[in-house]
Write a new protein. Structure first.
Length: 239
């Protein structure tokens, strides 16, 4: 009788253990699903960028020596660029962070004016020639900039890339200007405190600027002054 009773209980205990194991798995699955659904979806905004960049320089290149002649060339120029997004670009903001986005379709125009001066000294006698440059305008389209928040409450913009401009040699543009055709990238831009609760916002408007000054050392001489100003507008959208 005892053997029969034990044999009857074992299957029942095994059935109970299997059910408890299944309930445990269901419980874990429910917890994971609850955590997954707790994270809210990013809030969508349409971003518009409008900006200007101003660069001014006077740079003398390294002297070129040929025989008893020594020649130097100095470029002096003023360069102004105006740019904007062709159309608003959808960006996502979550927890006060702008999620990584490539802002495309930036267009604009660059205005340039200045002069090139050539000085040459041969056998103790010097000559100087100044070439005044006509004002030029060069348009561009299809530029891009990468934006992302390294931490909540701020957003960083890298230098604007893919700015394709026709080359010019009057005035000669320093390498720094050619490499940064729309000026230096912005520092971290602080978002308003309300951006930490972006789901309650309908619009964010920001203005940011940066200035940079460079003094050239030997074998070059001169200076370069740059300033950029950006206006950023985020308008909430449903799609």
């Amino acid at each position: 009788m005892k053997r029969t009773k034990c044999a009857t209980l074992r299957p029942r205990l095994g059935f109970l253990r299997r059910n408890l194991g299944l309930l445990g798995l269901l419980g874990v699955a429910c917890v994971v699903a609850a955590h997954a659904s707790a994270a809210p979806a990013p809030t969508l905004f349409r971003l518009t960028i409008v900006g200007t960049a101003h660069q001014e320089w006077s740079v003398t290149a390294a002297a070129v020596v040929t025989g008893d002649c020594r020649r130097t060339e100095t470029s002096a120029g003023t360069r102004t660029a105006a740019f904007r997004t062709r159309a608003p670009v959808v960006v996502r903001i979550a927890g006060g962070r702008v999620l990584p986005v490539e802002v495309r379709g930036i267009l604009g125009e660059v205005t340039l004016v200045g002069a090139n001066t050539t000085e040459e000294v041969c056998g103790g006698k010097g000559t100087s020639k100044i070439d005044d440059c006509a004002r030029t305008r060069r348009a561009f389209t299809g530029a891009t900039v990468h934006a992302a928040s390294p931490r909540p409450g701020v957003v960083a913009f890298e230098g604007i890339a893919n700015v394709r401009l026709a080359t010019t040699d009057c005035p000669l543009e320093p390498a720094d200007v050619r490499h940064r055709p729309l000026g230096p990238p912005l520092n971290l831009v602080r978002l308003p405190e309300g951006a930490l609760m972006e789901r309650k916002l309908s619009r964010i408007s920001l203005s940011a600027s940066r200035s940079r000054r460079k003094v050239y050392g030997s074998p070059q001489q001169g200076r370069l002054v740059e300033r950029v100003e950006w206006t950023l507008k985020f308008v909430r959208t449903a799609a």
